[in-house]
Design a protein around this ligand. Structure first.
Ligand SMILES: [Zn+2]
Ligand SMILES: [Zn+2]
Length: 217
């Protein structure tokens, strides 16, 4: 059985919104420089560092956006990533008899807010698509995902370089930088690796990304 990760603000004694299925994306920090994470025994690139190229290509999942908002609110606090050993503050959360109910209520509130953001047009349940107009090549995500809405973005070579440098070690499972993510960011699904390959082979071409309506299932 693999280990579940968790993140919590030790100052506020609250858990973070979930990332994947008990996973994480980088050290939970908005700094750009790597952060030492005792659980992992080496410095980890931060969430902000790994998420920046995804933002630049419009791959802004609802889950990452919610997590980023949470980090912004706890920016100057002690935010911990833990795996095997929970910090004492997290044990304190679990000792509150109402914590499970509160967590469920919190989840429901997040879901309602997420649905309201879709209704308001800030997010869309859509298919993420990349196109190279020079080669007339198209690559689409295999499923609908809830993403921050945007018009077409022209992806620069600089963005592609950042994306490849920061995400190739993740998709080749060569790093502890991302763990147990779901949906389009699931590193055990082929999507991310195929997306990187598309950008790699069309670097320097006219590459655009946009969102298209998904089919109802
Ligand atoms: Zn806090
Ligand atoms: Zn091309």
């Amino acid at each position: 059985m693999s280990v579940l990760a968790g993140m919590a603000c030790l100052d506020c004694v609250v858990l973070s919104p979930p990332m994947g299925d008990g996973g994480y994306l980088g050290a939970p920090s908005l700094r750009q420089a790597p952060v030492a994470v005792p659980e992992i025994a080496e410095s980890l690139p931060t969430f902000a560092h790994l998420y920046a190229p995804l933002e630049a290509i419009g791959l802004r999942t609802s889950e990452c956006e919610v997590f980023r908002d949470w980090l912004v609110r706890h920016d100057t606090h002690r935010v911990a990533l833990y795996m095997d050993a929970e910090p004492p503050e997290v044990a304190e959360i679990g000792s509150d008899p109402n914590w499970k109910r509160e967590y469920v209520l919190e989840e429901r509130k997040r879901q309602d807010e997420s649905d309201a953001a879709v209704a308001a047009g800030a997010f869309r349940d859509a298919i993420y698509r990349v196109r190279c107009s020079g080669c007339e090549a198209v690559f689409e995500a295999p499923q609908v995902e809830r993403l921050r809405a945007f018009e077409a973005i022209l992806v620069t070579s600089h963005t592609i370089d950042d994306l490849l440098a920061r995400w190739t070690p993740i998709v080749t499972h060569d790093s502890p930088n991302a763990y147990r993510l779901l949906g389009l960011l699931d590193t055990h699904e082929p999507f991310l690796e195929q997306l990187l390959a598309f950008f790699r082979s069309h670097r320097g071409h006219t590459v655009q990304v946009d969102l298209v309506e998904g089919e109802e299932h």
